[in-house]
Design a protein around this ligand. Structure first.
Ligand SMILES: C[S@@+](CC[C@H](N)C(=O)[O-])C[C@H]1O[C@@H](n2cnc3c(N)ncnc32)[C@H](O)[C@@H]1O
Length: 288
């Protein structure tokens, strides 16, 4: 039921989702910055042009996969929504690019998809979306662990989360009376982060504490399989601005936007900034 609603939502809103992360969007630019930072740390200085093999799980319409393929990397994509994955493939083809593999499946069954599930194989695995929608904590942990299984020692898993603060800020702006009016709902929501009502896909909104606990649990479970990992950093994808303020930057020209981007990046990984995030990116390194 839950997964059907997620698949259905993304199959029916491909173009809307594609426009969500247009260039100039701070969340997008900051995420791409940290993806490229991880890549740069993996490339040898004498051979920076050598392409890496990257898996993008929950690729959506290819907003990260396409620029990474353009940068010369080999990218394998998958998404629970076949319409999104197909859209990504078509956009890539229109730009004369191709993905190594493209498939449509639920990230929870990654281990059953041998076209992309290749243990110790990728330099970088992206999870930019599935964890927004997996409501069960054990399942979130297993998806993260399966991503760690396919990254090479030394490589990275970058996993994105939406925060509870994001939703609370949103209702504070749009409908501040709602928290008290619907306290029966919000009391539970504040405990477990499950936003499962309304017409959209059911969502899990994380807290910082839960993100840290999830990474720590995946690390412990990984150790039992000989997989060492460590949390490199957590990054606030909207920096200290938060989503509402960050959204004004979309109107700026390239130079003016770049100035903001640089200033926001200056503290995006600071502990004090994480609470302002609507989206948090966990940069996890596989150590052995
Ligand atoms: C908010 S969109 C983000 C898309 C894209 N990665 C981006 O950052 O713009 C979330 C994506 O995760 C995908 N997704 C959600 N649950 C998933 C799951 N269990 N397995 C695989 N993909 C999933 C959705 O279909 C959607 O494309």
């Amino acid at each position: 039921m839950t997964e059907n609603k997620v698949t259905q939502w993304y199959n029916e809103h491909v173009e809307l989702e594609d426009k969500c992360l247009i260039s100039g969007n701070l969340q997008y630019e900051i995420t791409l910055h940290y993806i490229r930072e991880a890549i740069a740390s993996l490339q040898r200085p004498e051979d920076p042009a050598k392409g890496l093999h990257i898996a993008d799980i929950g690729c959506g319409t290819g907003v990260y996969a396409i620029p990474l393929a353009q940068d010369g990397h080999r990218v394998s994509i998958s998404d629970i929504s076949s319409a999104s994955a197909n859209f990504a493939v078509q956009k890539a083809q229109a730009a004369n690019l191709h993905f190594v593999t493209s498939s449509a499946f639920d990230a929870r069954s990654l281990r059953s998809h041998s076209e992309i599930y290749k243990p110790n194989h990728y330099s970088l695995v992206l999870l930019p979306g599935p964890l927004y929608h997996i409501l069960d904590e054990d399942e979130r942990c297993d998806v993260l662990l399966s991503a760690l299984e396919i990254v090479k020692p030394g490589g990275y898993v970058l996993a994105a989360f939406v925060t509870r603060n994001a939703h609370l800020r949103d209702i504070a702006v749009r409908d501040p009376g709602r928290l008290a009016r619907e306290w029966g709902f919000y009391e539970r929501y504040l405990r477990d982060g499950r936003y499962t009502r309304g017409g959209k896909a059911p969502m899990y909104h994380a807290s910082l504490k839960e993100i840290r606990a999830l990474v720590a649990t995946a690390r412990r479970k990984g150790q039992d399989k000989g997989i060492g990992s460590e949390l490199g950093k957590l990054v606030s994808c909207e920096g200290f601005l938060g989503f509402q303020h960050a959204s004004h930057l979309v109107e700026l020209d390239e130079d003016a936007f770049a100035r903001w981007r640089e200033v926001v990046l200056g503290s995006a990984a600071d502990e004090a900034t994480l609470g302002a995030a609507d989206h948090i990116l966990a940069v996890i390194r596989r150590t052995s």
